[in-house]
Design a protein around this ligand. Structure first.
Ligand code: NDP
Length: 243
């Protein structure tokens, strides 16, 4: 099926997965792998064209991938995306909150530009939060719902030092959100986990990191956990990290 072919209906038995920031980097590889694992993948990007182009590239490989515009900082846009998914599928099985910005190696906490800190939080913390709020009813409607918050070991309080304050604070907030959501959604069977992909060679990670496929694997692991799997945890490569 191509990225522009007729869309499957709410009766499609394949799990439906939505990935934010799916047009490049780790998110793109997660889309590829989830499609390979039999999911119908909604590849979302803040630019409609970027979503379309990336979905077409994966569809050319035979993947079941559909583009959808979703800017995680755009409240009405996120709600509109949830409405589209509700109309087409009536549920969401997997939500991967992957989109993120601002690995601010140039900053120190003691002198940080708080506008940069706020901007990072808008995407890295409020983005996933906003997305979960909008999609929670659709996740509850799924038989085996999963949320993966793509985080970073930089946000581990146990090992935290100085530097990258905007990024680190936003991801520490995301980890806290992970714990709260896991507790609040437990009764609805939603498994919610935070995953560090490791240092990965992407635009955000820069050169020298491990291959994108290695970083994506741990995200896909958390997205495809069995019902007996963990919730409220922090993992890299399927192994627990200290909070
Ligand atoms: P990239 O910079 O390669 O990709 C980031 C993605 O997020 C892009 O698709 C980008 O879209 C998207 N994005 C940014 N802002 C928004 C927005 N407002 N709405 C929707 N999408 C948006 O980063 P990575 O692939 O490296 O990072 C993926 C995840 O992994 C992030 O959560 C990151 O923090 C985490 N991570 C990465 C590490 C690494 O070493 N690479 C290490 C630890 C964690 P656009 O193309 O439009 O900019």
């Amino acid at each position: 099926m191509t990225a522009t072919a007729p869309r499957p209906s709410a009766t499609d038995p394949r799990p439906v997965a939505l990935v934010t920031g799916g047009n490049r980097g780790i998110g793109y590889e997660v889309c590829r792998r989830l499609a390979g694992a039999g999911h119908t993948v909604l590849l979302t990007a803040r630019s409609r064209q970027a979503a379309q182009d990336a979905a077409e590239r994966l569809a050319a490989e035979g993947a079941e991938v559909h583009p959808l515009r979703l800017d995680v900082t755009d409240d009405p846009g996120v709600r509109a995306a949830a409405d589209r998914v509700a109309e087409r599928y009536g549920r969401l099985d997997v939500l991967v909150n992957n989109a993120a910005i601002t690995y601010d190696t140039w900053q120190r906490a003691v002198t940080a530009d708080l506008d940069v800190v706020r901007e990072a939080a808008e995407t890295n913390l409020y983005g996933p939060w906003r997305t979960v709020r909008a999609f929670a009813p659709l996740l509850r409607a799924a038989p085996h719902p999963r949320i993966v918050n793509v985080s970073s070991e930089a946000a581990s309080l146990t090992n935290m030092g100085g530097g990258t304050p905007a990024y680190t604070a936003s991801k520490a907030g995301l980890n806290a959100l992970t714990r709260m959501l896991a507790a609040e959604l437990r009764a609805d069977r939603v498994l919610v986990n935070a995953v560090c992909p490791g240092w990965v060679a992407t635009e955000l990670g820069g050169p020298g990191g491990r291959p994108v496929a290695d970083g994506a694997a741990g995200v896909v692991w958390a997205a495809t956990l069995p019902d007996s799997g963990p919730s409220g945890g922090f993992f890299r490569d399927g192994r627990p990290l200290p909070w």
